[in-house]
Design a protein around this ligand. Structure first.
Ligand code: AMP
Length: 378
């Protein structure tokens, strides 16, 4: 789908080449650091690139809007390939860039990953299960969807939601119509461009994710399934790999199979994270996916032969993918908001690997850094 048919190779970009990066946050920063280690330069493009986590460690930064066609062309012509750290880059922006340079992942893949309905339709079309869902574009449609799916649901905006934002829970009991109206209002229903999806609430035993890297030649590697624990809708801790008491070998293999299948069907060139729910009886349901490095893959920076960020660099530069060998088990803890003030203690803790993102202001809910702790392999 990305326009580079499977089985072909990308031109191999030699060290010294420049990678264009759409988006300027911590994922771009850690990709730029991995690129620099291999001798590549990074040029960041984002409306908020000035002084950003990624720009701080990149060779160049363009501060311009996503619809600034001239700036996009200049940027595209100044780099050797473009990738992204934010999947909500407008599809029109991706299509424009594509006229001047290689872009991975490409516009077709982005249009699937940007919209929860397109995403779930795509996944279900592959025969892969998700929570039951319905599109809902008014309070009445929300109420109807809840009546069909069951009383415990989650209403989400179809686009631009992250870290639990743009979501409202619907519970059994009470006035169903009033609850639907409140939920619809809570996600900004009625505002221009806001569309909704009602999902059945999954009583999961745990949440897992699998991160896949895939080259233009179809070569694919995957990291083991990890367990993700959230707090207030934001990833708190990742346990890598997921403990076998929680996620059996069969369930982990199923999660791996699902993630690889999606990457292949999307003809991914780059890195893809697939987030899944595991139910008490071991069923695996896809929640969402992100065609970029993912917070639940940060543990690979210290515990694997090749980290997820280096895999992205390798994939888009036409290099062979690296080994995903795990040299240690790991626990990754996010530092959200004021958590980052613990940095002196974390630095003093033997074995704790601290990663800070260079963000000046520790606002509540803002991802400021993470810490990886390593353990002998089980
Ligand atoms: P999302 O933005 O879709 O990743 O949702 C954020 C978090 O909300 C997930 O990681 C889950 O913990 C929870 N969540 C989202 N959708 C559902 C669902 N259908 N059933 C149960 N929990 C959910």
């Amino acid at each position: 789908m990305t326009g580079t048919p499977t089985g072909t190779s990308l031109p191999r970009l030699a060290p010294g080449s420049t990678i264009g990066m759409l988006g300027a946050g911590q994922l771009g920063r850690m990709t730029a650091l991995a690129a620099a280690r291999l001798g590549y330069k990074t040029h960041v493009y984002a409306p908020d690139a000035a002084g950003s986590p990624a720009a701080q460690v990149s060779a160049a930064a363009t501060v311009a809007d996503w619809d600034d066609l001239e700036a996009l062309e200049r940027f595209a012509r100044s780099v050797d390939v473009v990738t992204l750290e934010w999947e909500n880059v407008p599809v029109a922006t991706a299509e424009h860039l594509r006229r001047f340079t290689n872009l991975h992942p490409g516009p077709d893949l982005l249009s699937v990953a940007q919209d929860r309905i397109a995403e779930k339709s795509f996944v279900n079309g592959l025969g892969i299960a998700t929570a039951p869902w319905r599109a809902a574009n008014s309070a009445e449609e929300v109420a109807r969807a809840v009546a069909e799916i069951g009383p415990r649901c989650v209403l989400k905006s179809t686009r631009l939601g992250y870290d639990g934002k743009g979501q409202a829970r619907l519970e059994a009991g009470g006035d169903a119509a009033a609850a639907a109206s409140a939920a619809w209002a809570a996600i900004g229903g009625g505002k221009p461009g806001v569309e909704g999806i009602v999902e059945g609430f999954v009583t999961f035993a745990c949440e897992v994710s699998v991160i896949v890297a895939r080259g233009a030649d179809g070569a694919t590697v995957a990291y083991p399934a990890v367990e993700n624990r959230h707090k207030d809708g934001i990833l708190d801790v990742t346990i890598a790999p997921a403990a076998p008491e929680k996620v059996s070998a069969e369930t982990a293999a199923e999660a791996d199979r699902i993630a690889r299948r999606i990457a292949e069907a999307l003809d991914l060139v780059g890195v893809l994270a697939v987030e899944m729910f595991v139910t008490a009886d071991g069923a695996v349901l896809v929640n969402e996916m992100a065609p970029r490095p993912h917070n639940s893959g940060h543990w690979t920076m210290d515990a694997c032969a090749t980290c997820q960020f280096e895999q992205l660099v390798r994939a888009v530069c036409g290099l062979p993918l690296g080994s995903v060998e795990r040299v240690a088990d790991a626990e990754m803890t996010n530092l959200i908001g004021d958590d980052v003030l613990r940095w002196p203690d974390l630095l003093a803790e033997p074995g704790a690997r601290l990663h800070l993102y260079g963000k000046a202001e520790a606002r509540p809910g803002r991802k400021m850094g993470h810490v990886n702790r390593l353990f002998p392999r089980r």
